[in-house]
Design a protein around this ligand. Structure first.
Ligand code: NAD
Ligand code: UDP
Length: 313
């Protein structure tokens, strides 16, 4: 086996912790870099048994130098509640984090993958969204610090590749859920499950007619690893998401059923710039990565519910 030295920024977060776990299980040397803004030591404590796992407390807005073969750049708060808490810091994290990690990749000749997002499509006018769609993003709204930061990061990746031959990959991740989501991070799957388990009201924003396509975290990690392993000529961007699309009200009903909850659904105002619909076109991922999601929503929700049952007794 080809043992690689791999840096994962944002490695103590929800997705990052699953990615570190996967890479360690394949025998690689993994450096988990995080400033613990939304990530937690609990997410990765079980990985400290691996002798080739290292934790680095660092903020990606400052440069960092380390000899590695690959970099997965995930550092960035991902839930609206967290990324809107300090919007200036959020966009700095995306933009300066990208510059610093691309600079590192250039210096040590590492391959680098950017965790981009379906949010680059904004409130889409094309449905489902293919990678060729340029998006419909408000540059001065509540989501802009995240959306525009991720868009600028994609531009930086593209330019470091074109100008400096840095080996880049960009994945556009659609809504992902699973164990180790933060119970208070405000995202819809964690909110509904926690509310249902506590028999509290389920808070549906708007009429719940807006749609999202939910991907289980194991499918995402598989897609990211496959993207990193493509030939240097393949840079993406490539959509990684589950095309099964659900209305938010349907998700609420499903969670109530799966948890046997007594919760009632209540309707609250829809946040501004909340996209009406979202579904990935995954034709490129199927062709270039031979990848498609395997985990159905019910199965993934069962696993996620089991995790939350454990932590919110
Ligand atoms: P998360 O908030 O659980 O993880 C983000 C991690 O980055 C945390 O551990 C946090 O402490 C760390 N971090 C934040 N700012 C940092 C900084 N300045 N320096 C160092 N570390 C920093 O979120 P997640 O859901 O695991 O998302 C991981 C990545 O995937 C993010 O880049 C996010 O934008 C992207 N993404 C996630 C989803 C999703 O549905 N989960 C969808 C699209 C894109
Ligand atoms: N949402 C909701 N109730 C909640 C949290 C979210 O109805 O308690 C809605 C939200 O308005 C959005 C969808 O669920 O339409 C997904 O929200 P999330 O924050 O998980 O992801 P994003 O909006 O970034 O796709």
């Amino acid at each position: 086996m080809n043992k690689k030295r791999i840096l994962v920024t944002g490695g103590a977060g929800f997705v990052g912790s699953h990615l570190c776990e996967r890479l360690l299980s394949e025998g690689h040397e993994v450096y988990c870099l995080d400033n613990y803004f939304t990530g937690q030591k609990e997410n990765i404590l079980h990985l400290t048994k691996y002798p080739y796992f290292e934790l680095i407390r660092h903020d990606v807005i400052n440069p960092y130098l380390i000899e590695v073969d690959e970099i997965y750049n995930l550092a960035c708060p991902a839930s609206p509640v967290h990324y809107q808490y300090n919007p200036i810091k959020t966009i700095k994290t995306s933009v300066m984090g990208a510059i610093n990690m691309l600079g590192l990749a250039k210096r040590v000749n590492a391959k680098i993958l950017q965790a981009s997002t379906s949010e680059v499509y904004g409130n889409p006018m094309v449905h489902p969204q293919p990678e060729s769609y340029w998006g419909n993003v408000n540059p001065i709204g509540e989501r802009s610090c995240y959306d525009e930061g991720k868009r600028a990061a994609e531009t930086l990746f593209r330019d470091y590749h074109a100008q400096n031959n840095v080996k880049i990959k960009i994945v556009r991740i659609f809504n992902t859920y699973g164990p180790r989501m933060h119970p208070n991070d405000g995202r819809v799957v964690s909110n509904f499950i926690v509310q249902a388990l506590q028999n509290k009201d389920i808070t549906v924003y708007g009429k719940g007619e807006q749609t999202r396509s939910f991907q289980y975290v194991d499918d995402l990690v598989e897609g990211m690893v496959r993207t990193m392993d493509t030939d240097d000529a393949f840079t993406g961007p490539v959509n990684i998401g589950n095309p099964d699309e659900f209305k938010i009200i349907e998700l609420a009903e499903k969670v109530i059923k799966l948890t046997n909850s007594k919760s009632k659904i209540v309707f609250q105002p829809l946040p501004s710039d909340d996209p009406l619909m979202r579904q990935p076109d995954i034709a490129l991922a199927k062709k270039a990565l031979d990848w498609q999601p395997k985990v159905k929503l019910d199965e993934g929700l069962e696993k996620t519910i089991a995790f939350f049952k454990d932590i919110i007794k």
